[in-house]
Write a protein that binds this ligand. Structure first.
Ligand code: FUB
Length: 448
């Protein structure tokens, strides 16, 4: 059986579906590392095509550097509940990719004429394709795959971070980064350049820039990109009136965070709201090559300029009151006495806990959807060595108290149920606070 044919069969067999354990808070995906999010809306559903960081192990990847062996695709119809559709491309199943490169960097996916084209960078094993990174394409009939990789990378494209844009007239453009940004029109087949690439001029010359991502709104073409102006990457944008440019630098979408050297973005409109997808190292605070995708809302000014986005832990989407509400992904937190820590530092995918260490320490979690249900009780998974009492309030720090929850003293996590009163239907914020100087740790709260 040919290598190409076996890759087709493997591509199909690798596809599986499972539901990720995340509810719209940041980071969005919490059962694996994800980065460089390319978000797309296909048929009323958001599809997320991120890079997939994995820890380096003996013989797999270079210590201290990125290690990326495959891609998953995720989808959601509400930005709160995400389905992991499994692996869509693995380096071992792409005939041209160097088998020990572990460098499947930032991808993108686009729909054209009813098919889905997934573009990804990787070093080729055959240097006649060019040194450094080449860009390959895989094709599917559905956005979740199965994707069939082409046996060779694209010709005349050398660089990383491919990004696709299809204009209203149906013309497709491919952008990529190779210190500078390049753009080329694609042929109708989406697999070949229609003309020689053009370097995009007018962008910052100093400091690394990568990860170009383009969208159009009200006739303005936005070119967004990470750029190192100072110490680490920040998200910037430029605008133009033509997808080929020229583009004019407009400003910063997100300031550098410094904790994570890279950042990378895509911006989509979904259900009449714009969203910024980006990444941070929430799940790996001490090694920033194991990243995690986040989403925050993005807003435009009247003149089409983009309002700066402040990164949040709360993220986007409503949280169903009957689900486990991870209040550690807070909207705001008291200046003193409250903190966040991993539940288990040896198992970071186990998530975080809130520690309310002193009296009046509080944490606020916005956007809990109580629907039309008349909830009667609250469940709190908590631990308190000395025992303590939690107050649960509605809407704000001095809002009405809806529950008092007595946490028994002990060294074990318990789920404690308490009566709720005065609870209203609809969407509300929750505030959980401690009443005594006895530390209480909270894993999650939930209503029933
Ligand atoms: O994820 C690997 C590389 O890091 C991406 O291709 C860059 O844009 C940066 O995020």
């Amino acid at each position: 059986m040919s290598e190409y044919r076996s890759s087709l069969i493997l591509a199909a067999s690798m596809l599986f579906i499972c539901v990720s354990d995340s509810f719209g808070q940041n980071p969005v995906i919490t059962n694996q590392f994800t980065a460089d999010p390319a978000a797309r809306v296909f048929d009323g559903r958001v599809y997320l095509y991120p890079s997939h960081d994995i820890p380096v192990t003996e013989g797999h990847g270079r210590p201290g550097w990125f290690c990326m062996e495959d891609y998953h695709v995720f989808s959601s119809d509400n930005l709160s509940d995400w389905t992991d559709h499994g692996v869509i491309i693995s380096q071992a199943n792409v005939p041209w990719v160097h088998p020990t490169s572990y460098a499947l960097w930032a991808p993108d996916c686009i729909s054209r004429n009813g098919r889905y084209y997934f573009y990804f960078p990787a070093p080729a094993k055959d240097t006649t394709f060019g040194r450094g990174f080449s860009i390959g394409v895989a094709v599917a009939d559905k956005p979740s795959g199965p994707f069939v990789p082409l046996p060779e990378p694209m010709k005349n494209v050398h660089g990383i971070d491919p990004c696709l844009f299809v204009d209203k007239d149906g013309q497709a453009y491919l952008y990529w980064a190779a210190r500078n940004f390049y753009v080329a029109k694609l042929k109708e087949n989406m697999l070949e350049l229609a003309a020689a690439p053009k370097m995009i001029e007018g962008l910052p010359g100093k400091g690394l820039k990568e990860g170009p991502s383009v969208f159009e709104r009200k006739g303005i073409y936005y070119l967004t990109y990470p750029h190192v102006q100072d110490t680490t990457e920040r998200l910037e944008y430029a605008v133009g009136d033509n997808p080929m440019g020229p583009f004019k630098v407009m400003g910063v979408i997100m300031d550098e965070t410094r904790d994570c050297w890279t950042n990378q973005q895509s911006i989509v409109e979904f259900k009449n709201q714009w969203f910024l997808f980006y990444h941070h190292n929430d799940l790996s605070p001490h090694f920033d090559k194991n990243r995690a995708v986040r989403i925050d809302s993005l807003f435009f000014n009247e003149d089409g300029t983009i309002k700066k986005v402040t990164p949040t832990l709360r993220g986007v989407g409503l949280t169903d009151a009957a689900q486990r509400i991870q209040i550690d992904r807070y909207s705001s937190i008291s200046n003193q006495g409250a903190s966040i820590a991993f539940m288990d530092t040896l198992n970071i995918f186990g998530g975080w806990k809130t520690i309310l260490g002193t009296a009046k320490a509080w944490i606020q979690y916005n956007g809990v959807d109580f629907g039309s249900t008349k909830f009667k009780s609250i469940n709190v998974r908590a631990l308190s060595h000395a025992g303590g009492t939690l107050q649960v309030r509605l809407n704000k720090v001095d809002g009405p108290i809806i529950a008092l929850v007595e946490i028994p003293s002990g060294n074990e996590w318990n789920i404690i149920r308490a009566h709720v009163s005065g609870l209203e239907t609809g969407v509300h914020n929750l505030v959980v606070s401690s009443t005594e100087n006895k530390p209480v740790e909270v894993d999650w709260v939930s209503f029933e």
